[in-house]
Design a binder for this molecule. Structure first.
Ligand SMILES: [Zn+2]
Length: 347
């Protein structure tokens, strides 16, 4: 990964752009300060957010905004943890008149993400972050490193904003002082944010974090959304030597597929499948994350039922031939195949 030194601009001459601004849209950029024990990331999302919003079309703007903020937060977290695997950021809501059920973003090592909000019928049009999270809500951050051990951290969501909750998380779970700035605009489909975090064992790193956070807090949403990421950094930290890494693109990509739909159908009972076939028309199944509709034809339903009956017959034959065989294992694995419809989709 290459680095670019951003020369601090002086008021007399405009800064030159190192990287094409186009490549900085829908990206996260990591950066380091030469003279401070602080590292950071800045993210700006538009197209991926447009696609994410299609999943929550029916919800009021406040709920959409919560999901957009969660997406920006998840990108910053995934880039920070460098888990080299999937990261899931979930909000498990607590109790309250405006509390949702669940919100999540799944993001893979290449920064492709998807997510959604699950809720009972929503009867409000406006609610704060705290109200939507409800009393006793928690944020669960899980990392599934490739070939490594699953890691999970939990933080209570008792703060007024998502940014404050994330700061608590990194202080408690990672023992790292961190500051977050998270912004979203539902009307124009933008989400973005910045994270600043101390680099351990460097003198005065906490003072530096405080100083740089104060500067970062002056970043206006329209600057974050309209300027290139490098330009935003230059304006904020014009007096500091800053080392900026190449932008890493972020895209929206749901993991649903026809194969996953078939796995969900395979978990149904033969009677349920037979009833569908008796209707003599195929069925439409939609992904609960992105809303994409998959049509399953009557012939595909029939093939599925035949395959299930065949595999049940094979299981019975092998169980008969070995009295000690535990034939329930096959059922258990097909019952757990429902990953597409539930909120806890694993990669
Ligand atoms: Zn999907």
């Amino acid at each position: 990964m290459s680095e670019h030194n951003l020369t601090p601009p002086t008021p007399e001459h405009a800064p030159s752009v190192v990287v094409s601004e186009d490549t900085q849209q829908n990206s996260v950029v990591r950066f380091l300060f030469d003279d401070h024990g602080v590292r950071g990331e800045i993210v700006h999302l538009h197209e991926p957010v447009q696609k994410l919003l299609e999943c929550v079309r029916a919800y009021p703007p406040c709920v959409k905004g919560l999901l957009l903020e969660l997406a920006a937060a998840a990108v910053l977290i995934a880039a920070t943890l460098k888990a080299n695997g999937t990261v899931t950021v979930q909000i498990q809501c607590g109790k309250g008149p405006k509390a949702l059920n669940f919100a999540f973003i799944n993001i893979d090592k290449d920064l492709n993400f998807y997510g959604n909000v699950l809720s009972d019928e929503i009867k409000f049009t406006e609610a704060s972050f705290k109200e939507m999270v409800g009393q006793g809500g928690i944020m669960v951050i899980s990392a599934f490193p490739e070939g490594g051990t699953r890691y999970q951290g939990i933080v209570a969501l008792d703060k007024d904003t998502m940014a404050e909750a994330l700061e608590d998380y990194f202080r408690e779970s990672e023992q790292l002082a961190t500051s977050f700035l998270i912004q979203s605009d539902v009307a124009t489909a933008y989400a973005g944010g910045m994270m600043l975090q101390i680099v351990p064992n460097i003198e005065n790193n906490l003072e530096s974090l405080h100083h740089l956070t104060t500067l970062a807090a002056t970043l206006q949403p329209q600057e974050l959304f309209e300027l290139s990421l490098h330009e935003s950094l230059r304006r904020l930290f014009w007096n500091d030597k800053i080392r900026v890494f190449d932008p890493e693109p972020v895209t929206y990509r749901c993991i649903c597929s026809k194969e996953r739909i078939f796995r969900v159908l395979a978990a149904l009972s033969n009677d349920e499948l037979s009833a569908m076939i008796a209707e003599n028309k195929g069925i439409d199944m939609s992904c609960q994350s992105c809303g994409k509709v998959y049509h399953v034809t009557i012939d595909e339903l029939k093939d599925l039922l035949t395959a299930k009956q065949q595999s049940a017959a094979d299981n019975k034959a092998s169980a008969d031939s070995s009295a000690s065989a535990d034939s329930s294992a096959g059922n258990a694995s097909s019952a757990s195949a429902d990953k597409t419809q539930g909120p806890s989709i694993e990669a």
